[in-house]
Design a protein around this ligand. Structure first.
Ligand code: PXG
Length: 455
């Protein structure tokens, strides 16, 4: 095995590298963890530690690590054609083949794709595309996009504006104009005395209230993650999405499903839209599209919306140097072929999903756990000081941090989102590996409980 000078690398990192979403003052005190390798669902660091990756990297390595076929495809494509653009009436073979594949695997009616490099730039495309659509349909005043509080749609100006996180809006003077946010379907904290389905309807109807307040003739689209990921794995009640769908149809508002996390098997179907019977007009995808092996994102466009793109004399003045990048497309295509041919999504759903969710729910009895929620290969444990009153330890997220660091000490990577511990393992996790994960997590919860309560 290669050996690394961890201290030296940490010092260089501290000197030169600015990290996303990081308190650098804190980081420089501890030093970064340097990941040097990965195989199956395990990560290895520069000090020789092994971790079970309970987060699929950052919600993206659905297929797991170490698939050499993807490396071979990338090498072959780099030798054949490492780059060419898709502007100016040109295309390339992987971009074309991936487009066909995406039309095949996504729900009926979504047959066109616009490529980017990430989920964030995908949502920038969405903002411009839906406004362009209404402009060409002689309703240019339809500009407002309605999203939800605590949504996550990326870090670019438009992505972070669509997102509903105040701390993100505070940086850079966001949101941009004509973005509105309604309540999220977060039953545990915001449901009050309502049962989940009553609350789901209430949360969905806040969309109708917002539309009526603004005037339907000003509203272009509604955007939502089928399950909110970065907001803490907020699984909506069953009543929520059908009502959202009904309201969008009633007022003729485009429905955008942000499938960046839910797409490609995460919820037990290929898309979260299928799990919740959503019929989106536009769909944002990234992450699992390439399994994290290449940076690539895509916006799927329904026939209804694509119609404006074909109009004579109208150019959609939007695009990225790397739209349809041949290497990224070739790798994504191979990833999708593997998912399809090895039936990875179906096998995960039929053989492991229920087991994962039921083992996860066993943790509900733990003294630190206020709520266990999840669906498919997504889950969250919300940690509380008092299970009865739902009182938190504090507002700084110290419970999550204590649990996250205990997990790392026990060889398990999980993400803390405030006081929620997030679970998002690769779809290839086996039942034995689920047991291993739950054992490590149970031990970590016990240790965090001792740290937090001092006994
Ligand atoms: N939409 C959704 C639903 C996402 O989860 C994006 C868009 C943006 O994708 P890119 O590829 O631009 O990052 C995301 C990304 C976290 C975390 O802290 C989550 C994401 C990204 C970074 C951190 O859980 N999701």
């Amino acid at each position: 095995m290669e050996s690394y000078d961890t201290r030296e690398l940490q010092a260089l990192d501290a000197r030169h590298h600015v990290h996303p979403f990081t308190d650098h003052h804190d980081l420089h005190k501890t030093g970064v963890r340097i990941i040097t390798g990965a195989e199956n669902i395990y990560l290895y660091d520069s000090e020789g530690n092994k971790y079970l990756d309970g987060m699929s990297g950052l919600w993206c390595t659905n297929i797991g690590y170490g698939r050499t076929e993807l490396a071979e495809v990338a090498k072959h494509q780099m030798e054949q054609l490492p780059y060419y653009n898709t502007f100016f009436q040109t295309s390339n073979v992987p971009a074309i083949e991936l487009a066909e594949m995406l039309a095949e695997v996504t729900p009926a009616g979504l047959n066109r794709v616009f490529y980017g490099c990430s989920g964030s730039d995908g949502n920038d495309t969405v903002v411009r595309l839906v406004r362009y659509y209404w402009e060409l349909n002689d309703q240019p005043e339809r500009k407002v996009i309605i999203s939800r509080k605590n949504a996550y749609h990326g870090s670019t100006m438009a992505g972070a504006s669509l997102g509903g996180m105040q701390a993100m809006h505070a940086v850079g003077g966001l949101p941009i104009p004509d973005i509105e946010h309604i309540d999220q379907p977060y039953h545990y904290r915001e449901g009050g005395d309502l049962d989940p389905d009553e609350f789901g309807l209430k949360a969905a109807r806040s969309l109708e209230e917002k539309i009526l307040e603004l005037g339907a003739d000003r509203v272009a689209a509604f955007i939502g993650e089928p399950i909110q990921g970065a907001g803490g794995v907020i699984v909506p009640p069953d009543s929520y999405w059908p009502e959202i769908q009904r309201i969008c149809r009633k007022y003729d508002i485009l429905l955008v499903a942000d499938e960046v996390i839910c797409g490609f098997g995460r919820t037990g179907e290929w898309f979260g839209s299928q799990t919740f019977a959503i019929e989106p007009d536009v769909m944002t995808m990234a992450k699992g599209l390439s399994g994290g092996y290449q940076p690539i994102g895509a916006v799927m466009i329904s026939d209804r919306v694509a119609e404006v793109i074909d109009r004579e004399g109208k150019e959609f003045t939007h695009g990225y140097t790397y739209s349809g990048h041949p290497v990224a497309c070739a790798v994504a295509l191979k990833n999708l072929q593997i998912l399809r041919d090895e039936k990875i999504v179906e096998t995960a759903r039929d053989q492991v999903m229920d087991y994962l969710q039921s083992r996860f729910r066993e943790l509900a009895d733990h003294p630190l756990v206020g709520e266990v929620r999840g669906k498919g290969f997504l889950g969250a444990l919300e940690l509380v000081k008092d299970k009865g009153t739902k009182e938190k330890f504090d507002d700084s997220g110290k419970a999550g941090i204590a649990c996250r660091s205990a997990c790392a000490d026990n060889g398990l990577i999980m993400r803390a989102m405030g006081d929620s511990m997030i679970l998002c393992p690769p779809l290839i996790i086996s039942r034995e590996q689920v047991d291993e994960l739950m054992d490590k997590l149970g031990t970590s919860l016990d240790q965090a409980n001792t740290v937090l309560r001092g006994h």
